[in-house]
Design a binder for this molecule. Structure first.
Ligand SMILES: [Mg+2]
Length: 272
């Protein structure tokens, strides 16, 4: 581990002033103990008012994403680990839904995922299909600690092995193992969002965006993006991460996200 995580206060005024897009994970990054603190919503309103476009990023289902895109002052939401983004155009009163695989592929993939789910449930005692599965479009989520007793490392490894044997992709979050067929991920979906929204690519916007996360499933973003922030609860994973976030907050979950928001806005307003 050659990099070093710096405290949030080191995030420069230049980055904060140039900032156009703030991509943030949801679970345990803007939530706290499984709930959404009031200061999170207030922070998103403050960022929006300052002209910073917030894009939520999650493994959570399409049904949840539809609500966030419509009700929150966000530019969009990347859901189901990059399967799609939703963006609500308030002026035109239109929800834009962009998927990274076609409808016919999604239908075929659903049948394969159903079989994969049956295989996992019959092979690994203690896991369940996640309670939010009926609201998902492109993936299958196996509950490993949300509404079940947390599974051990061996069981998690066994589930991942079955997914690999069936040729699917997967990501492990703090609560679920999400699996899907298709070569997309969150970063490819960011790229699609930016290209549709601005005409530019993720590479073009490297110095005008920040990503905020909390756990090992945010590591691809810590690896690829320049300006990454983690909330304090990432502490327990730091020794096991190959790619670290650039900065870390003092506060956990939503408190850390509010801290990031205040830092950005104070730096943009020239307050040190
Ligand atoms: Mg998270």
């Amino acid at each position: 581990m050659s990099q070093k995580v710096q405290p949030l206060k080191k995030l420069s005024g230049q980055v904060c002033s140039d900032l156009e897009f703030l991509f943030t994970d949801i679970d345990d990054t803007i939530t706290l103990d499984g709930m959404m603190p009031a200061e999170t919503l207030e922070s998103v309103y403050m960022l929006d008012k300052a002209g910073i476009k917030v894009i939520l990023v999650t493994g959570r289902p399409a049904g949840w994403c539809d609500y966030f895109a419509r009700m929150w002052p966000v530019a969009g939401i990347v859901g189901e680990n990059g399967a799609f983004y939703f963006s609500y155009n308030r002026k035109k009163k239109r929800m834009e839904r962009v998927y990274l695989v076609s409808e016919s592929e999604r239908r075929a993939n659903r049948l394969r995922l159903n079989l994969l789910g049956e295989k996992i449930l019959s092979s690994v005692p203690g896991c369940r299909i996640s309670a939010d599965q009926p609201f998902r479009i492109a993936d299958l989520a196996i509950d490993i600690s949300e509404d079940v007793e947390p599974l051990g490392k061996e069981e998690v490894k066994r589930i991942c092995g079955i997914i690999e044997e069936h040729g699917a992709e997967y990501k492990i979050s703090s609560i679920h193992i999400n699996c899907w067929y298709g070569t997309y991920d969150k970063l490819t979906c960011f790229d699609r969002f930016l290209s549709n929204f601005t005409g530019g690519t993720l590479a073009d916007y490297q110095d005008r965006l920040i990503y905020c996360g909390d756990s090992p499933n945010d590591e691809p973003m810590f690896k690829t993006l320049e300006n990454t922030v983690a909330v304090a609860n990432i502490e327990k994973y730091l020794d096991s991460l190959e790619y670290l976030p650039a900065y870390i907050t003092d506060g956990k979950g939503g408190h850390g996200f509010a801290e990031l928001t205040h830092h950005i806005l104070e730096k943009r307003n020239g307050i040190d």
